[in-house]
Design a binder for this molecule. Structure first.
Ligand code: NDP
Ligand code: MG
Length: 387
């Protein structure tokens, strides 16, 4: 029987990688739904190529254009996620959640009761809304696989093991383009320098987060949420080749590493073919890299954002939404060349430390609306500061 699947954010780099995998094994999959925000041309061509009957396109202008272009095609076009029950009357087998930003939380949350398994790449949803996602997964007996490479590695290393057996988790960071740059040269960093990631090809926003190491701050929060491990038991190591993704030191004296080439296709493929035993082709072991792992502690004076981890509350709170929003807002200012790299780092610290945001450290997220409203509030607050 064909596996029924959905891709939220099918025009994303993750979504496109997944479709490339499915392309080679079309006979075993039926795609029930694809979604995008504004990239209607790509979405329509994906729908035609993979014979998909349902698409969601959220941007109003793009929705109108899609309606016109597809008027003679047998494709149902929706503008929001309200009709998921109608589109998916029965649970599908697999959903990939690959929308970027907090905007991905609502669709991710809403689709959990429409699928047997959900693979989540959208890290903002896990960082901001984990308590909501976790209880929805449990309520609907839906399985979950993390797709972010470090978390997929941890997931693979501890499958069928109690997290109580873990002493420490190390997640690796390539260190981005500035790992070996002298601190006194940071003031000269240009946008084009920050966009040159040494190992991974990703969207611009996450590439900047990798250059500041904010991406690792989010990944530590993700790991703490998904695996229910205290912050004090999770550390970051820089590792320029991005070959090792996670290291777990168990209490029984054993330590396990997970290695693979820095290509998101590997965790995506393994989430899709989980427990099927299907082989991944062209997978060679790179001994040169293995002999040169170069794992080191993060230099916090060069990458000050990792210090934010010392100020996070032990339990999930609304403050994580503040942090994601502040970072998002300022990264786009940096991408628009309105602030420089050092100011980006300074302002993230300064604004997230504002007194009025501290109270959110004590509030547990109760609904997706509450998280979205807080994001709007934080946006307005930063705008009012004239940034
Ligand atoms: P991209 O920037 O390539 O794509 C984003 C996707 O989300 C597009 O399909 C976009 O549609 C859609 N989208 C954006 N905003 C909205 C919205 N408000 N409503 C509905 N759809 C929306 O993303 P990436 O593939 O780089 O990343 C996806 C997620 O995976 C992110 O959360 C990222 O942090 C995470 N991730 C990515 C990795 C990577 O290697 N890229 C690695 C690990 C995690 P449209 O094309 O129409 O704009
Ligand atoms: Mg990652």
């Amino acid at each position: 029987m064909k596996k029924k699947i959905v891709i939220l954010g099918s025009t994303s780099s993750i979504g496109r990688s997944l479709l490339n995998i499915i392309k080679k094994d079309k006979k075993n999959f039926k795609i029930e739904l694809l979604t995008a925000n504004s990239n209607y041309k790509n979405l329509i061509s994906q729908a035609i190529k993979f014979k998909v009957k349902n698409i969601i396109i959220t941007d109003p202008d793009s929705f109108k254009k899609t309606k016109i272009i597809c008027r003679n095609k047998k494709i149902n076009i929706f503008q929001n996620f309200e009709s998921l029950k109608r589109i998916l009357p029965k649970k599908v087998d697999y959903v990939m959640s690959a929308i970027s930003g907090i905007g991905g939380l609502l669709p991710t949350y809403k689709i959990i009761n429409r699928t047997k398994l959900i693979a989540i790449a959208n890290k903002e949803a896990i960082v901001c809304g984990w308590p909501l996602i976790k209880s929805e997964l449990k309520k609907n007996k839906t399985s979950f696989i993390p797709v972010d490479s470090e978390h997929f590695s941890i997931f693979s290393l501890i499958e069928n093991k109690e997290t109580n057996d873990i002493e420490k988790i190390y997640i690796t960071a390539s260190g981005g383009p500035f790992l070996n740059l002298a601190k006194n040269k940071f003031k000269k960093i240009k946008l084009s320098d920050a966009l040159k990631h040494p190992n991974w090809r990703m969207g611009k926003k996450i590439t900047i987060d990798s250059a500041t190491l904010m991406n690792k701050v989010f990944e530590v929060i993700e790991a703490k949420n998904i695996f229910d491990i205290d912050y004090k038991n999770i550390s970051i190591l820089t590792h320029p080749k991005s070959y090792v993704h996670a290291i777990i030191k168990f209490k029984n004296g054993l330590t396990k590493f997970l290695i693979h080439e820095p290509d998101m296709k590997i965790p995506i493929y393994n989430s899709l073919y989980h427990k099927t035993g299907k082989s991944f082709k062209n997978n060679t072991l790179n001994f040169n890299t293995l002999n040169n792992l170069n794992l080191k502690k993060v230099e916090e004076n060069k990458f000050p954002l990792v210090k934010l981890l010392n100020k996070l509350p032990k339990n999930s709170s609304l403050f994580e939404t503040v942090l994601i929003t502040v970072n998002d807002y300022l990264v786009y200012k940096f991408l628009d060349k309105k602030i420089n790299f050092q100011k980006l780092n300074k302002l993230i610290h300064k604004i997230s430390n504002l007194k009025e945001f501290q109270k959110f450290k004590k509030i547990k997220p109760k609904s997706v609306d509450q998280i979205n409203n807080l994001r709007n509030y934080v946006h307005l607050k930063i705008e009012s500061l004239g940034i």
